[in-house]
Design a protein around this ligand. Structure first.
Ligand code: 13P
Ligand code: SF4
Length: 344
């Protein structure tokens, strides 16, 4: 049984401005500077699959890491560097800090956030949870430290279904937040009793059923790979539904030579590395006559620009700081998630 609740507050989600475009020589200047600084500061660059290709390449070239949000957090916590540079969005920096509070965590900009995080402010979410004290609170990793601190479990899309099945086996009813599409998808797969917060990812929400059907007619042999933050009708067309890492594995292992992919196109950098012989096609993001806003690239991920990265050590406005009591509380559901992953 799924029950949807209306969002208790009107939340405006403003799009950030795209960063300035750099010339080739400017790009090279910043890349060289970043490489030197990482060594000088015993720092490591950890990038998400959705950042721009030059950022992911830099992380690889400097002995850093590119991965999904869960892998990023685990890599950071286990790495010997004093400073973690997180190229991603703010919740990823916060998760790294909570799992490794002794480390300094810097980001190119703390303004790089996420529509799911913005769409789930702690006060109304907390009130909502308090209205249903009989339910286990499960939140997606794409939330603030305060929302995580309120939760019994944190999950990423790579293990959400398994964790919900586990909670269901314990006979517990669930509050799920914030992504309504991912929550609806999990509910359908598991049949769990879930109350869904009504947040959405502005990037995945733009993938359209009709556009995808048209693309499927153009590429009839292609496999369809869809991230579960996409709308239900898009998910229903998929051959594989999965998290970023799961979609990359699918591109590698499926026999089809063409893949239509409904997720942020930043993923193509690693997907193409993993499946060099495959043709990757981005799923359409707008219906006929409409214009896309994000155009399959997260505007906050895009804020992780080379020039912001190269002055990451010079500023005082870009360090992730999480209050001690929030670290303590948010660590509990995050540790549960990490332990669950390690045991399964
Ligand atoms: P992952 O948890 O798969 O890295 O995805 C995070 C995200 O922001 C998806 O839009
Ligand atoms: Fe958030 Fe969507 Fe951007 Fe992922 S792609 S960080 S869910 S806004």
């Amino acid at each position: 049984m799924t029950r949807h609740i209306p969002l208790p507050v009107e939340i405006e989600i403003p799009f950030p401005k795209p960063p300035k475009v750099l010339s080739e020589s400017e790009q090279q200047f910043h890349k060289d500077k970043i490489k030197t600084l990482l060594q000088q500061h015993n720092a490591v660059l950890i990038a998400h699959y959705y950042t721009d290709p030059e950022i992911q390449a830099l992380a690889e070239e400097t002995g850093g890491f590119v991965g999904d949000s869960l892998e990023m957090a685990k890599f950071g916590a286990n790495h010997s560097a004093d400073t973690l540079i997180i190229a991603g969005v703010k919740f990823m920096g916060e998760t790294a800090k909570i799992l490794g509070p002794e480390k300094r965590v810097l980001m190119p900009t703390l303004e790089a956030t996420c529509s799911l995080d913005l769409g789930c402010p702690i006060e109304p979410f907390s009130e909502f949870c308090d209205q249903h004290p009989d339910r286990t609170v499960v939140v997606y990793a794409n939330t603030s430290a305060a929302v995580k601190a309120k939760a019994d479990w944190v999950v990423t899309s790579s293990i959400a279904v398994e964790v919900i099945e586990h909670i269901q086996d314990l006979g517990q009813k669930i509050i799920w937040g914030p992504d309504k599409h991912l929550g609806g998808y999990i509910q359908e797969k598991t049949g769990a009793d879930m109350l869904l917060w009504q947040g959405a990812c502005i990037v995945h929400d733009e993938f359209k059923f009709q556009g995808l059907e048209n693309a499927m007619a153009l590429y009839p042999e292609a496999a369809i790979l869809v991230h579960p933050e996409s709308p239900k009708k898009v998910v229903e067309l998929a051959d594989v539904v999965g998290s970023t890492s799961q979609l990359i594995k699918a591109a590698q292992s499926l026999p089809q030579k063409q893949m239509i992919v409904a997720t942020d196109k930043g993923i193509f950098y690693k997907m193409q590395q993993a499946a060099p012989d495959k043709e990757l096609i981005i799923a359409p993001t707008a219906g006929e006559g409409a214009t896309c806003k994000s155009c399959a690239h997260c505007p906050w991920m895009k804020m992780n620009a080379l020039h912001s990265l190269s002055n990451v050590f010079d500023r005082t406005d870009n360090e992730i700081l999480v209050e001690n009591n929030l670290v303590k509380e948010a660590l509990k559901p995050l540790t549960k998630m990490v332990n669950f992953v390690n045991q399964n």
